[in-house]
Design a protein around this ligand. Structure first.
Ligand code: FAD
Length: 492
């Protein structure tokens, strides 16, 4: 049997290992940390449990598929429910809106709250679906960097209808054309943050993202987001994948333009193929120092990072649910701070995730586990201590005002994650959440391919390479890599 080494046990690394093991390739995963998951982990403090990173679960079919291809019953490993209400929205002028998963209910409610007709919204969702259906097989499900991808009927269809994809407009321009009500524009602009981009820069094609939420739905995994990691980790173990924790890979060994193995703790370990789940920038800068890095790809501006306060709150708030957004008043200004000034505005949009709404054991009785997050720029040496102090005060002021409660006095325990700690914990360059940003029309083509053009036997998966960040795309990157390997090595 052939042997594969996977650098990192992020969700894409685990997914790749599962698929390779199913292809009868012995998969060995090396991980710096002492447990799997990368950005998808959890922490326990003082009786509270918090998911550390991702909180929104979409496209569960990509997780299901891993159990399917492994011939296992997913129910025995992993369960989840569909959310009827996707998210609660709070605007500074007092407007409140509950986004329902059902499109018709959503449109009806939106027409009551905003200056918009039901039919306008339903039409928008239709266009969103068309954009997704036209491009998903080209941009998400295949390698963008193989000629065969371009010789397909799907690609030809997408090219014929390229004008309808709004590639040359920004998401904000598309939404402004559709909606008169600035609050509706802000609502739909927010979807740019799903891949860490700015609605004022990212192309209008991103208006396909609401389709994922409003058509496929949003879900909550039993046990919290971390159970995605743990169920896939268990599946990998059951299939025979070997995990090596506390094992930092220091170098990918390359001889005569072929990857031959890795260097771990001074020891050379050989394999037939190496798959890096490490962020693509440090993969080149730290593991492939003697190889020429693809400059343009590596220099792509990064997606946003996050500042998160994990607060144990000794009160329950009936007006909050699993996902809650408190919009800033000046959305454009907020993104200008993040992507141009590389700083944080005084009125950032605040997201609160409360898993105790679904899993009551995640917080002590009568309490809630608040994961309070704002979008921030990646780490470029800013004074984070100052930014954290200032943002904490601004967030507390905003939430106390809108929820009419003294939030500061309700915090009984606290932990903080910032771009520096995200980078330290996961090696993600600048602590970005989703690899390169999608702040230009060609971003998809400038993401690194899932294979090396110069070094044989070397592949890449995870949020910093094609097709991009976020759990669903990371899982797809594992699928693409396994298909490339199947072709390259002619495995059945
Ligand atoms: P990562 O999770 O980045 O893991 C890489 C792993 O490789 C790490 O464990 C690291 O320790 C290991 N590693 C790196 N270098 C080495 C080495 N040299 N040797 C050994 N091991 C190494 N996505 C969503 O879908 N929904 C959300 O709501 C969402 N919200 C997010 C919120 C936050 C705060 C964060 C941080 C991310 C969020 N994301 C969300 C994005 C999502 O978490 C990521 O896209 C995804 O988890 C990245 O997975 P990955 O496989 O690329 O690897």
């Amino acid at each position: 049997r052939k042997k594969a080494i996977i650098v990192g046990s992020g969700i894409a690394g685990i997914a790749t290992a599962i698929r390779l093991q199913n292809q009868e390739i012995d998969a060995h995963v090396y991980e710096i940390n002492d447990s799997p998951g990368g950005k998808l982990t959890e922490i326990h403090i003082d009786g509270y449990r918090f998911d550390c990173g991702p909180s929104l679960f979409t496209m569960p079919q990509f997780v299901e598929e891993l159990f399917e291809v492994s011939g296992k019953n997913s129910n025995e490993y992993f369960q989840y429910i569909k959310k009827e209400n996707v998210c609660n929205y709070f605007y500074e002028d007092g407007t409140r809106f509950v986004a329902c998963a059902d499109q018709n209910k959503f449109a009806k409610k939106a027409s009551e709250v905003f200056d918009v007709s039901e039919s306008k919204i339903l039409k928008y969702f239709q266009k969103s679906k068309q954009k997704y259906d036209l491009t998903s097989s080209l941009f998400l499900e295949k390698s963008l960097h193989k000629l065969s991808t371009y010789l397909s009927w799907d690609t030809i269809k997408a090219i014929i209808r390229i004008n309808s994809l709004d590639i040359n407009k920004s998401l904000d321009q598309v939404n402004k054309k559709e909606y008169k009500d600035p609050k509706m524009v802000q609502f739909f602009n927010r979807f740019a943050t799903y891949n860490g981009s700015s609605p004022y820069l990212t192309p209008g094609i991103m208006s396909m993202i609401p389709h994922l939420e409003q058509y496929y739905g949003t879900f909550f995994p039993k046990g919290g987001m971390y159970s995605i990691t743990m169920s896939l980790y268990q599946l990998a173990l059951d299939l025979g994948v070997t995990f090596h924790f506390k094992s930092k890979i220091d170098q990918i060994l390359v001889k005569h333009k072929k990857a031959e193995g890795v260097l771990v703790n001074g020891e050379q370990i050989l394999a037939d193929m190496i798959i890096s789940n490490m962020d693509i920038v440090p993969t080149y800068r730290k593991l492939l120092v003697d190889q020429k890095a693809p400059g343009k790809v590596i220099k792509q501006p990064r997606s946003s990072s996050a500042l998160i306060f994990y607060w144990g709150i000794k009160k329950k708030f009936s007006e909050l649910d699993l996902h809650n957004i408190f919009f800033s008043e000046d959305y454009k200004g907020e993104f200008n701070y993040i992507f141009n000034k590389k700083n944080v505005s005084d009125d950032p949009t605040v997201y609160i995730n409360i898993t105790a709404k679904n899993e009551e054991n995640d917080a002590p009785k009568g309490c809630e586990n608040w994961f309070v997050m704002i979008n921030v720029p990646g780490n470029q040496g800013q004074d984070w201590a100052h930014i954290i102090k200032k943002s904490r005060e601004n967030i507390l002021k905003k939430l106390s005002r809108i929820l009419q409660a003294d939030i500061k006095s309700l915090i009984e325990t606290e932990e903080i994650l910032d771009p520096i700690t995200i980078e330290n914990n996961t090696q993600s360059y600048q602590g970005s959440l989703y690899g390169a940003s999608s702040n230009n029309s060609f971003a998809a083509f400038l993401r690194h391919p899932n294979f090396s053009r110069k070094i044989q036997n070397l592949y890449f998966c995870g949020g910093s390479v094609h097709p991009g960040g976020g759990i669903p795309l990371c899982l797809l990157s594992g699928k693409i890599v396994s298909e490339l390997i199947q072709k390259d090595y002619n495995h059945k």
